[in-house]
Structure formats: C-alpha cells, structure tokens
Design a protein around this ligand. Structure first.
Ligand SMILES: Cc1cc2nc3c(=O)[nH]c(=O)nc-3n(C[C@H](O)[C@H](O)[C@H](O)COP(=O)(O)O)c2cc1C
Length: 416
C-alpha cells in the first residue's frame, strides 16, 4: 500500500483513523458533507463536473445513476453502499471500510443529501469481520453527531443509517441481489428493468454504489470538482485504487492518478515481475474481463482507455501473470469460481458455467481433445446474455479472451 503521496484522496495516512469520528473530523472530515448541506442543489453538478464514475465494475457515471432518484418525489428512498467485494483479486473496499469508515459513511450521507434519501444502508461482507466491526462502531458514533440531525432537518423526516451484513456470497454483490438481501430475502438477482433507481428496496427509488465510489465524495465536495479532475492523468479524472496481485514483487493496494499506465503500475509501483520473469498478461478488474497482454502495457488505466483495448477497468483489480504461469490453469480456476458463485436461478448460467469449468479442467489436466476447443467456442457463442445478471457474461468473456490470445497454450495441452 502507498500512502502520503500529495495526490492521494482515499489512502492518506492521516485519514486512516479507523472508527474514531473525532479523529476523522479533526483531519477535515465532515467538511464535504457540510458543503453539501450548505448547498444541496449543487451536489449533483459537482459530481458530474468531477466525472466520478462507478468503481464497482461498470464505470457508470455516478450523477446519471443518482438523477432519477433525486427527481423522484419525496418518500422512502435508499442509498446503499455496496461493500460485498467477493471477486478474486479485488481487495480495496474492505480496506476502506476498515481503515476509513467515516469517509465511506460521509460519502453515503452526501449521496443521501443530493438525492433526498432517508435510508442509508451500509452493506458489508461479514467475512471481513474487522471491516464489519469498524462500520458498526462508526455508525454508532455518527448517531450522536450533529450533522445527522442537520440532514434530518433538511429532509424534514428521520434518517435511518444502518449496517446490513451481506450473505458473504459473490452473487450477493450484484445490485439487485443487494436489494433482495436488504429486503431480508435470499441474494437472488432479478431482471432489469426496472432499474433500482425506479424500483429498488421495497419498490422505493434506490441507489447502489460501490464503497470506493462513495469514498471519493467527501474530497470532491470539500475541495471542488476541478481539484478532483486535476488529480487524474491525460483527461481522466481523480484517483483510483488498484488492487495489484499475482506474479509481481510488491503486490498491494495502490492509490494512483486515474490514467496511470499499466507499465508504471506493474514495473514501478509493483516493483516488476517476481524472480525477474517475463510479463505475460493481466486479468483486469476482477477476472471477468478481456485480458490485457504485453502489447497493452502502455494502456492508461482509466475506464475509457481500457475500453478502447476492448477490456474493462472494472474494479481496478490487476492480477498479473508471468511467462511460465499457465493461462489455462488460471482461467479454469476463475471459471470454477463463477460456476460455484452462480445463484442457480438461470439454468444457462448454472449449467453453462459448470460446463465451461468442466471442459477447462479437462484441458488443464491434460485430458482435453480437439473437440473440447470447439465446445468452448460454441459455449462462448451461446451463453452471453442468457442470465438475468452479468455473471455468465463475465465468465464467457475471460474464456473467449484467453482463447483469442493464448490459443497455442490450449493446443499444447491437448492429448495426442
Ligand atoms: C455477479 C456480480 C457481483 C458483483 N459484486 C459486486 C460487489 O461485490 N461490489 C460492487 O460494488 N459491485 C458489484 N457488482 C456490480 C454491482 O451490480 C453494481 O454495478 C455496483 O455496485 C454499482 O456501483 P457503482 O456504480 O458505484 O460502480 C457485481 C456485479 C455482478 C454481476
């Protein structure tokens, strides 16, 4: 983890104060919320000018997600902070929840002020026991704080601020599964539309934002959209948490300007490849996207630039693979994870991910034949769009991409 760089917003050493609200406030905490309370009508424009994008996977513009909720008439409205984070290689939200819980809560409260939401739910993975404890303690401190009363005065009704443990399952992080869990049900996704902004928790307009997305808000409101935009590189805005893991010398959580190149992340911050091995590829944004390869080392790690390489920045997770590490093995592991994580409501997703995993494992263990490659290609054609959430599409994307870039590795493992 890097701290105390001048352009850091989330991981500054002096704001990593745990659940101590007084310490957070003494370091400028609360000023972003105070600004939002002074001029609630201006928050949406600030967030739009800051070009804040969703850090939970899709990079969707935050102000566009909020607008329909803000425009909905007063009544029950929900802001949910999604802290489920169960995808392999992503480990940023648990850090924020544990080490700077007040920043996350302040961000969620700013979202509530902007949209006039009267319910704020902090949805935390119970497997992260320290994060859950820190959030519970932090909430109990906010309950006594004057700013909460100021929000209630603005709304003209009580504000509920609660921690809800997630199921701890991967699927429980998908936004409609989040809503189902908050309603007290099983973490089962449902089809969209209606989108949560139209009909979320108990039918009320609902925002589900990733933990990191919300944690950027206090800084944006406190210092302004221009300041935030200026932190990024090459036209990208702000900073990003990159979860760097795999075959690098210094894996860890790095907060860097949005738009930092893959080369710089891996070879400068990450210290380069483990044991001087050759760089081969990166599974980006959680292992559900198109692989980046050596030809992509120059790519600026921001949403638009990574998309131009037909991949996605996703959560900012970067799982680095060196020459000598089997891509087929890695893909087989990740697809098995997706197969186990599928909720089972959509037969093509449950059956398709298991079928993909079975074929991949067969090839990986040297028992594959040529027709298995045909099966994989056929499944990659058939399965996309066949589930009610994005799980199956992610699993297919990583298989398809590995077949495209590393077909020779698959061929080499076949029998005969
Ligand atoms: C299977 C699956 C699991 C997901 N898990 C998470 C998660 O743990 N945390 C998260 O923020 N988003 C997760 N997402 C994305 C959410 O559905 C949603 O897009 C996100 O919380 C929106 O936040 P953002 O707009 O701030 O990025 C998941 C999506 C899918 C399809």
């Amino acid at each position: 983890m890097t701290t105390n760089k001048p352009n850091q917003v989330l991981l500054r050493q002096d704001v990593l104060v745990g659940a101590d609200l007084a310490a957070w406030l003494s370091r400028g905490g609360g000023e972003g919320l105070a600004q939002a309370l002074r001029d609630p009508g201006a928050v949406m424009a600030q967030v739009e000018q800051a070009d804040l994008r969703g850090m939970g996977g899709a990079g969707f513009p935050t102000h566009r997600k909020w607008s329909p909720v803000a425009a909905a008439p007063d009544g029950d409205k929900y802001v949910i902070c999604n802290g489920n984070e169960d995808e392999p290689g992503t480990f940023k939200d648990r850090f924020l929840l544990e080490h700077t819980p007040h920043q996350v809560i302040e961000g969620a409260l700013i979202a509530a002020v902007a949209t006039r939401a009267n319910h704020v739910v902090l949805y935390v993975n119970p497997h992260e026991a320290r994060a859950l404890a820190a959030m519970r303690e932090a909430v109990s401190q906010w309950q006594q704080h004057a700013q909460l009363k100021a929000i209630e005065a603005l709304l003209g009704r009580p504000l509920s601020l609660v921690v809800v443990p997630s199921s701890g399952l991967y699927i429980g992080g998908e936004e409609t599964a989040v809503i189902a869990t908050v309603e007290g049900g099983f973490p089962f996704p449902r089809r969209k539309p209606p989108f949560p902004a139209q009909s979320g928790v108990h039918g009320a307009p609902t925002i589900v934002n990733n933990t990191e997305t919300l944690a950027h808000l206090p800084g944006i409101l406190r210092h302004g959209a221009d300041w935030y935009r200026g932190l990024g590189l090459g036209g990208a805005a702000g900073t990003k948490l990159y979860s760097l893991s795999g075959d690098v010398l210094r894996p860890g959580l790095y907060e860097l300007p949005m738009g930092t190149s893959l080369q710089e992340l891996v070879f400068e911050h990450g210290g380069g490849m483990l044991q001087g091995k050759e760089f081969k590829a990166v599974f980006t944004g959680g292992p559900s996207n198109t692989l980046l390869t050596r030809a992509d080392l120059d790519v600026p790690l921001d949403f638009d630039s990574v998309r131009q390489r037909r991949s996605r920045l996703g959560t900012g997770a970067m799982i680095v693979v060196s020459e000598g590490t089997s891509i087929v093995r890695k893909v087989a592991e990740y697809v098995s994870f997706f197969a186990q994580g599928s909720c089972g409501q959509c037969p093509p997703c449950k059956g398709g991910t298991f079928q993909l995993a079975r074929v991949l494992n067969r090839i990986d263990t040297g028992r594959g034949v040529q027709s298995d490659l045909v099966s994989l290609a056929n499944l990659c054609q058939l399965l996309p769009g066949s589930g009610r959430c994005g799980l199956i599409d992610g699993a297919v994307t990583v298989v398809e991409s590995s077949l495209h870039h590393f077909h020779h590795e698959y061929e080499a493992l076949l029998m005969g």
